[in-house]
Ligand binder design. Sequence first.
Ligand code: KIV
Ligand code: NA
Length: 294
Amino acid sequence: HVKTTIGRLLSLRTSKTPITVLTAYDYPTALACSAHPVDITLVGDSLAQVCLGYPSTTHLSLDEMLHHCRAVARGSTSPLLIADMPFGTYAPSVSDAVKSAVRMVQEGHVEGVKLEGGEETVEHVRALTKIGIPVMAHIGLLPQRHVSLSGYKVQGRTAQSASTLLRAAHALEDAGAFSIVLEAMPALLGAYITEQLNIPTIGIGAGPGTSGQVLVWDDMVGTWSGHKPRWVAITSCFVPPCLLWLRFVRHFADVRKEVVRGVSGYVNAVRNGSFPDSEREGYSMDRDEWEKFL
Ligand code: KIV
Ligand code: NA
């Protein structure tokens, strides 16, 4: 498989070949992303909820993120390896952003970073790009700000909010971002921003008109369930935008069903004595040795 470079992403964008992005949080998911290779593997800070059981991404520390980045890096080959900068590790100041991003490259072994934010993060993106750390920007719904945004809501549905997003997209491209995630916005706006930019856009709940798509691993394979906090946050605000939010997830497999089948099969087999089978699933011993032992 060919290694994904930033140049290759640009040519995929130019030829309108959709770019594929999946999240990975550990060695086996990184191997899976590399075997049927996606273009970009993202160690998303959705790690906080789907793997670590935190109620939101704001609980994730840089050290926790680094631990998972290293595991993913060990299994990652051709996809470009990008990781989210955790909440609080870049926004406070440009020098915080530089320090944290350098740690993510040196200790996390990732090839680039992603950070959430609009025009307020332009200087951060510029500084990282300047020292040679590729940056993926992220606008629209910003999960690290779910409290200030009053929940996980679709963004850019008014003319004013759409203009703010378009301005941010241009500013982030000018600052050097190699790509930009568009999360939870009307499909029309996702396509419009994509046409206005030269860098590839990666959509999640932004319609089919972006340069590529990203999904959270657990949403994609259908193991997303025991993570009530995010689920409750999304479904407990009964207004149309929240219904829209749910629209972008498609389960491409039903791994949860298989997990239930496996665990209940194992438990039943142990309890009813059918596992292990002494001949097929055990080790034998010479009769002589056994008698000596006795
Ligand atoms: O954290 C994450 O998984 C993400 C992607 C869904 C874009 O930011
Ligand atoms: Na994220």
